[in-house]
Design a protein around this ligand. Structure first.
Ligand SMILES: NC(=O)c1ccc[n+]([C@@H]2O[C@H](COP(=O)([O-])OP(=O)(O)OC[C@H]3O[C@@H](n4cnc5c(N)ncnc54)[C@H](O)[C@@H]3O)[C@@H](O)[C@H]2O)c1
Ligand SMILES: O=C(O)C[C@H](O)C(=O)O
Length: 349
């Protein structure tokens, strides 16, 4: 019953009510395909007193543009590695959309060599300038980036498992949309937990837990699960070499950050799925529904009773998540020990 009540508020779309505390949010990678629309949506988020926009590319123009929107709070641009610590300094939330997107034919794992350094640099900057910030990564591969960041935070003595997230909200957003359309109801009225990770078969929508109940046969469940797992690839292929999901990700990212901010501001009953350090399974990092509060994760919602199909799928994905975590941690250890990591081959896939 408690789980059902919790799931009802799962990944509801961002509703912009009153948040009392003033907060600083930093977006790293704010000049990119996700970063720009995400920053725009965050301008509608009440309670943000300061929006710090950081990118390797010049941010002055984008920051000035967004600062003219008739909302309270200031928008400040920060450019280049040297300004990263100033950008995140004193931030309540740092959301990271920096790094390369996939090209057709690539798996998300292929991005680690190119994007792993983003995890290391941001986690180092947070440790130095804003150790109490809530840190949320959009950057792929999420399944490796989050463990890598955790390792760096641990090395600096600043790791707090309640405050580190991989954003998997897009998997929930997609599940709500595909199921809503299939049931001929509003996607907003669909509530479904998506657990596991954020790549291929590690994405596991628990269709058996969908509210309202989704009645269909096993074949349909398999097809729908596969569509949700491969939705990112559907966008990558449709964009044909021009990147991956940006606008739907900005929507999902703003939804997650809005819930995080509401939790920090003291609102109760906020449930979002995210990829976090977890003891729910034997994978050290795992996505599941979480109750958010003043210090980030307030409560891990226990996994529900699953269908046989979902139990089998969970058993298959856990070894992948364990391996991904090891790879992320080893990447961070290598960088921390001063060894260089071989760069991504230019011609991937
Ligand atoms: N979690 C998810 O569900 C999800 C969904 C979509 C995309 N993504 C991932 O998000 C990332 C960004 O995608 P995009 O389409 O916005 O890419 P993009 O290339 O359009 O933008 C990336 C931005 O990051 C900046 N950047 C790169 N390295 C940086 C650094 N060290 N510091 C600051 N800024 C840096 C770039 O200058 C660029 O502006 C990719 O890794 C993509 O795979 C994740
Ligand atoms: O598919 C990608 O590479 C981007 C993102 O992870 C997504 O799910 O859309």
């Amino acid at each position: 019953m408690l789980l059902l009540t919790s799931l009802k508020s799962l990944a509801k779309p961002a509703t912009w009510g009153v948040v009392v505390r003033t907060l600083k949010v930093a977006v790293v990678g704010a000049g990119g395909g996700i970063g720009q629309p995400l920053s725009l949506l965050l301008r509608r988020c009440p309670g943000i007193d300061e929006l710090a926009l950081h990118d390797l590319s010049e941010m002055k123009g984008i920051a000035t543009d967004l600062s003219h929107i008739s909302q309270t709070g200031k928008v400040i641009g920060f450019t280049g590695e040297k300004e990263l610590e100033s950008a995140v300094s004193g931030a309540d939330v740092v959301v990271v959309a920096a790094g390369m997107p996939r090209l057709p034919g690539m798996q998300r794992d292929h991005l680690m060599a190119a994007n792993g350094n983003v995890a290391v640099k941001v986690a180092t900057a947070i440790s130095n300038a804003s150790p109490r910030a809530h840190l949320a990564f959009i950057t792929n591969p999420v399944n490796m980036i989050v463990p890598a960041a955790a390792e760096v935070l641990m090395a600096h003595g600043t790791f707090d498992s309640r405050r580190l997230f991989g954003i998997t909200t897009l998997d929930v957003v997609r599940s709500k949309k595909f199921i809503g359309d299939s049931m001929n109801i509003s996607p907003d009225d669909v509530n479904i937990p998506v657990i596991g990770g954020h790549a291929g078969i590690t994405i596991l929508p628990l269709i058996s837990q969908c509210q309202p109940i989704y009645r269909c046969d096993l074949q349909e469940i398999q097809n729908l699960t596969h569509r949700i797992q491969e939705a990112g690839t559907e966008v990558v292929n449709a964009k044909a070499g021009k990147g991956s999901a940006t606008l739907s990700m900005a929507y999902a990212g703003a939804t997650f950050v809005n819930s995080l901010l509401r939790g920090i501001a003291g609102q109760d009953g906020l449930i979002e799925c995210a990829f976090v350090a977890s003891k729910l399974t034997d994978a050290p990092f795992f996505a599941s529904p979480l109750e958010l509060g003043k210090d980030g994760i307030k409560r891990y919602i226990p996994l529900p009773q699953m269908s046989d199909y979902e139990k089998e799928a969970l058993e298959k994905l856990l070894p992948i998540l364990r391996q991904n975590a090891d790879e992320g941690i080893n990447f961070a250890k290598m960088i921390l020990s001063g060894q260089s990591h071989s760069p991504i081959p230019a011609a991937l896939p």
